[in-house]
Write a protein that binds this ligand. Sequence first.
Ligand code: IMP
Length: 435
Amino acid sequence: MPALVVIGTQWGDEGKGKIVDLLSEQADGVARYQGGHNAGHTVVLGQETFVLHLIPSGILQPGKLCVIGNGVVVDPAALIEEAANLEKRGIPVRGRLLVSSNAHLIMPYHKAIDKESERLKGARRIGTTGRGIGPTYVDKMARIGIRVGDLLEPDLFREKLTANLIEMNYLLEQTYKVERFDLEKVYRDYMGYAREIRDYIADTAWILNQWIDEGKRVLFEGAQGTHLDVDHGTYPYVTSSSATAGGACTGTGVGPTRITAVVGVVKAYTTRVGSGPFPTELKDDTGVQLQERGHEFGATTGRARRCGWFDAVLVRYAVRVNGLHGVAVTKLDVLDACKEINLCVGYRYRGKTFQDMPSSLTVQEGCEPIYETMEAWRCSTTGIQRYEQLPIRARDYLSRLEELIGCQIFLISTGTRREEAILLNDPYSLRGQIR
Ligand code: IMP
């Protein structure tokens, strides 16, 4: 039965929230597999806007089951708050959400270390969301992490916390010169969280495989984007998890042979929050126009997103490392006001031309984009639901984009609402059609 992975192909904020919301209509369950509450998925339902950070966007579709997989890092306070806010707004969470007992807990010292280590980096700071994501994954890999399931074993939790605080408090006081954390307070706070979230905790790898065995449709919701992936992104200006499709397997315990299709979400232009290379960045009025028309302000931190032209090199790379079967193009309508549109087809660095993403950060930071200029359509595409109704120049733009990235477009989003979209192909049956 279909298991579909949805990932971002750029630097996150491609509009995955809306696409996952649309696609989860046909799914039985939706699972997050990496990242934490650094993500910000915005979904507009009627007159209401929901911003989800940790809970899968599928929660907004009535009756769907949602999973926070083992690859996610969980701040229990953020989880409790997000669930309570949803319930207050009439979206039931209890009984529909499961959290892996193997997911790692974000602890208060992780947030402090995230903040302080960024401060010390100065000009080379990553521009993290400050949510403690990186330090939590560091502890996971160092095998000193505390997991969600440990909340159910207070003695073990206390033992791990005691050992960790010796090291973390030393680091905080000696290196960063900030206050230490009190064992009793942290223990009490987390035991309080344990009481509130204990009913969510489960062996989600077992459950997800069981769902697939039973013929249920499962959607794996990626957070961030391909170029923020810790292995395949613009390292070190990345997040600390596997945001690419492979992460869906390690981050949930569902094997690659069970994944039916992998689709990407592509913004019709490019944005990035935080530091790092961005070859097509526009620091002029056009960049400001994209930022304003696209409401390009971070859903998690409120930071203004850097904006630029569509970069085919970036997305072609995402098609390859994720093995994409198709892409959904979002925010086409933001380009409605452009006088002309540039598409980046390659990079130039010191007289050398690159068709593929260079792995060197020096090249990524110093390269010049090679543009192809297309005529703009200069009329509204907002809300269009049929491909034939798109202006011819918009169709030309999409065809060229498709050609350059080497992957089929299965959906075009033309606005923030659910119904503002053109569905060209069923993503659950894309496998084998294109590549
Ligand atoms: P961290 O994930 O908080 O460690 O931040 C690392 C980098 O990833 C920073 O550049 C963040 O701005 C970026 N980042 C993290 N989550 C998102 C997201 O959901 N969308 C866009 N950028 C993100």
